[in-house]
Design a binder for this molecule. Sequence first.
Ligand code: PMP
Length: 397
Amino acid sequence: IFAAVEMAPRDPILGLNEAFNADTRTTKVNLGVGVYFTDEGKIPLLGAVKAAEKARLEAAPARGYQPIEGLAAYNNAVATLLFGKDSALITNNQTLTIEALGGTGALKVGADYLKRLLPNATVYISDPSWENHRALFESAGFPVSNYAYYDAATRGVNFEGMLADLRTMPAQSIVVLHACCHNPTGADITADQWKQVVTAIKERNLIAFLDMAYQGFADGIKEDAVALDLFAASGLQFLVSSSFSKSFSLYGERVGALTIVAASKDEASRVLSQVKRVVRTNYSNPPTHGGAVVAAVLSSPELRQQWEDELAGMRVRIREMRSAIVEKLAARGVKQDFSFVLKQRGMFSYTGLTAEQVERMKTEFGVYAVSTGRICVAALNTKNIDYVADAIAAVLK
Ligand code: PMP
């Protein structure tokens, strides 16, 4: 039965990891994968996570099944993180949150649910977007189109183009929006521009699906939720996927959530009942550990503070690496203005390096980046940054 099966193409980023692992050069640097590393080049285990895990281990809880929607304490904590503790949406019980297998799992459950609700809708993603968005919504059965987003000339957002595209989408189209720290470009829209997006979505009767994978990596937990605040105040119904892979450094635990804002408590409970059917037929219920740890951190004032401090530490280190790479490229006589790197937010930088230049960095230096020119700034550190600057400067000459 498998004789005629063709080999599927390799995932571009995970394929890059395989090539990196096979590279025997000791100077090699992997700027491809979207993971935060410490200055020592290690994936951190956050102190707040460690403390919550220790307490959990000591309590030695039994491992029964979770409810289909996951741990209630976790789901409540996620909604509060997104909308704030005084949110009217939460007190009115208009929101429903389910624990999901990472941000990817949240998007997938949301996509499968939306397909049942709106089988004829088109999904729009930013041009460019996280590479899994297209594949994920296509695999849920939707046609996927782009809306204008990145402007290579300004290295910012082509906001007029984005707005124009939103204004021509058919009613009930699904629009996937990066809530902050746009992946892959690092270019975000301003609060004022978000207001215009919300208005356009309302006017066209579109459905926003906000992808929140980097809350806290731009300016802070509350600050990075500006889009959510505006959608919450708009009276619209919308969906949000959360990922704690990066912000809690819990990549492999697969901790995420899907939150849906409905028009009323009654509507929310009906929607939840349908979302639960999607989960039940996919993986039945989520795993226990990651969600329990995140819930414990978010519901303890001390651990929550410790986590926010640690998250701020990651944010500050990434900013330092942004400044350092800009300075080091200038010091190497690179003529191009790289100051845009300082304006980009989150873990990534769209460097403007071409696919050929990226290929040369790999073959000549063992410095791995995505062929689009995206680098993970969070993988730079005080030990590898000079070597990376040498490599970039060399391929730009
Ligand atoms: N959305 C975006 C924009 C992302 O960058 C990522 C992670 N790279 C995800 C979703 C998926 O998150 P997770 O790893 O938690 O599945």
